[in-house]
Design a protein around this ligand. Structure first.
Ligand code: ZN
Length: 343
């Protein structure tokens, strides 16, 4: 990958700690530990992400952010002495310290989340009852689209309280989230063992005690989006050439009208790295659709659009080989398989 291409890149580092997974960090990075030092790093360029497992130190975390292409699995064995030997370097050093502090806090949150392995005959309702939570809490903390399709061996994250696991979106902070979900900010701070609310960055996962999922299990069963175009799907959601394809591609001719899959507010209309001319619609808090590679954007930021309204004309902008529409559905910032949500 060339450096130029990576400008505007989103790096996410997924860390799985003790078998639990959690993604967190800033809008350009997030991290989940596999063990104290093993980290799943995914580098995201436009609509695709690629991940690999690396050993990591907090110095490395900083390096990755600055030079994503330098991430190599063989690098980095933690060298505490070297870390301790770092000379103070003004703000930069302070930043590293803050990051480290945040990392420590993350573990406290992770410790509270349990993991349950589905057994034969289990259903979500029984599991929820056993843990004293509700089905929506399980749904909100896991990628479950079909309640009746959990199978033995599946791992389900169990929150310690009724509530939701929420990923902070860019532009949000504890104060906006507190207002949105009508939870006292002190309660969020306490539940997540946050030392300094100012240091909490987008991308981090929060437990919001008592919060109702903005997208409950009953609604997940209703497929309410319409297809943005009537065309052949040329690429599906999921693994593709060793990378993760975060949406579906529709093969369309240049200039084909693109429809809003559902009504909502246009929260982005403009150029996005990799995606080209892009529109993002927020249908309700935590539920978004994204339309990429357009030739022309007809809906503008801040505008309300109705389902079926023409919002763009298809194109070939961004990282695209031939005209197509790349369509994503995101729940709480995380891409999900659009086919599960289309009528
Ligand atoms: Zn695509």
């Amino acid at each position: 990958m060339k450096k130029g291409i990576i400008t505007g890149i989103i790096i996410s580092i997924l860390i799985i700690y003790g078998g639990y997974s959690l993604s967190t960090g800033s809008e350009t990075e997030s991290a989940v530990f596999q063990s104290s030092r093993q980290v799943q790093v995914s580098v995201k360029v436009g609509e695709e992400s690629q991940s690999k497992s690396v050993k990591i130190t907090k110095n490395k975390l900083k390096e990755i952010r600055e030079e994503p292409e330098a991430v190599k699995p063989e690098i980095v064995e933690e060298d505490r002495q070297q870390e301790q030997g770092i000379e103070a370097d003004g703000n930069q050093e302070q930043e590293i310290k803050e990051e480290a502090e945040e990392t420590v806090k993350r573990f406290s949150l992770i410790d509270q989340i349990e993991e349950y392995r589905v057994k034969k005959g289990d259903n979500l309702w029984d599991i929820a009852r056993r843990y004293g939570i509700d089905v929506d809490t399980i749904i909100g903390a896991n990628d479950i689209t079909n309640m009746n399709k959990i199978k033995p061996g599946d791992i389900i994250r169990i929150l310690p309280v009724k509530g939701i696991l929420y990923k902070i979106n860019p532009g949000e902070n504890l104060w906006t989230i507190s207002r949105q979900f009508d939870i006292d900010i002190d309660e969020i701070v306490k539940a997540n063992n946050i030392a300094d609310p100012d240091l909490v960055k987008p991308g981090r996962l929060l437990i919001l005690p008592g919060a109702k999922p903005e997208f409950g299990y009953k609604e997940r069963l209703q497929r309410k989006f319409i297809k943005p175009v009537n065309a052949r799907i040329s690429s599906y959601f999921g693994g593709r050439w060793g990378r993760m394809h975060e949406g579906i591609d529709y093969a369309v001719n240049l200039g084909t009208p693109i429809k809003a899959a559902g009504s909502g507010k246009v929260i982005y209309s403009g150029w996005a790295s990799g995606y080209g001319k892009t529109i993002i619609i927020e249908h309700r808090k935590g539920l978004r659709t994204l339309y990429a590679h357009n030739s022309e954007l007809l809906a503008h930021s801040g505008e309300w659009v109705e389902q079926g309204e023409i919002i763009a004309k298809s194109g070939n902008t961004g990282r695209s080989t031939g005209p197509h529409l790349h369509f994503e559905v995101q729940i709480n910032g995380k891409p999900v398989n659009p086919l599960s949500y289309l009528r």
